[in-house]
Design a protein around this ligand. Structure first.
Ligand SMILES: [Zn+2]
Ligand SMILES: [Zn+2]
Length: 229
């Protein structure tokens, strides 16, 4: 965190980034900056799903077989420090966002993190109203499915609009959820020690139809069943 703050302050002192090219009212600049941190996080999160080295660390977050607010704490420390931290510095380098807007971004980010991982029920009409713009628990539940067709979707943390714009938004039938990763679905692979060392182990990705690694374009068994009915 200290490294992030120092790096961003250095970039700001040297007026690096696109926002230094335009004059904007304080609140508009703050809102845009929070959105820019979030859009970078979206692309980095998407990257952690497709770049095998980054997936090794990110899969720790996905390995949780039951999803609730405690899943927020299940991140490999390397991912928190390297991937998240670098993302914010990258945002500041590209766009000229400052430390204050990063603090506001984190404030909202943590509220959303707990909210979207929480095991709560809420009126479904919220998905089709505020859920058009913001990430809702139902969106992030799709992201934590074992089926990789769904795992590789809904990457956004605060604004679900990024998934809608960049074509990664998915919903799923309200049938039974199966959270986690098949390759971690054993008690001995759910221990703290195993998860910490797991990025350095060769663990093959297993998807629901036994295919390895890549996303599928064909329908999932759940969707097939749905369209057959
Ligand atoms: Zn993910
Ligand atoms: Zn999550």
């Amino acid at each position: 965190m200290t490294f992030q703050v120092f790096s961003i302050e250095w970039l700001n002192e040297h007026h690096i980034g696109l926002l230094y090219l335009i004059e904007l009212p304080f609140w508009i600049k703050l809102f845009i900056s929070v959105a820019l941190y979030d859009i970078t996080a979206y692309w980095i999160h998407r990257g952690t799903h497709v770049i095998p080295l980054l997936w090794r660390f990110h899969r720790v977050h996905h390995s949780d077989t039951s999803m609730d607010a405690s899943t927020v704490f299940r991140f490999h420390p390397f991912e928190l420090i390297l991937v998240f931290g670098m993302g914010n510095i990258l945002t500041a380098a590209l766009f000229g966002t400052d430390v204050l807007s990063m603090a506001v971004y984190y404030l909202f980010l943590y509220v959303f993190f707990f909210f979207e991982h929480a095991n709560l029920t809420y009126p479904k009409w919220l998905n089709s109203t505020i859920g058009l713009i913001f990430v809702m628990p139902d969106h992030h539940r799709v992201h934590h499915q074992q089926d990789q067709y769904y795992t590789d979707s809904n990457y956004a943390d605060i604004f679900i609009v990024w998934d809608r714009i960049f074509g990664t938004f998915k919903t799923m039938p309200a049938q039974k959820n199966k959270y986690g990763l098949m390759e971690f679905d054993e008690d001995k692979k759910q221990t703290f020690l195993f998860l910490i060392k797991s990025p350095f182990l060769n663990i093959k990705r297993i998807t629901i139809d036994g295919e390895k690694g890549i996303s599928r374009n064909k329908k999932t068994p759940l969707e097939q069943q749905n369209s057959d009915n």
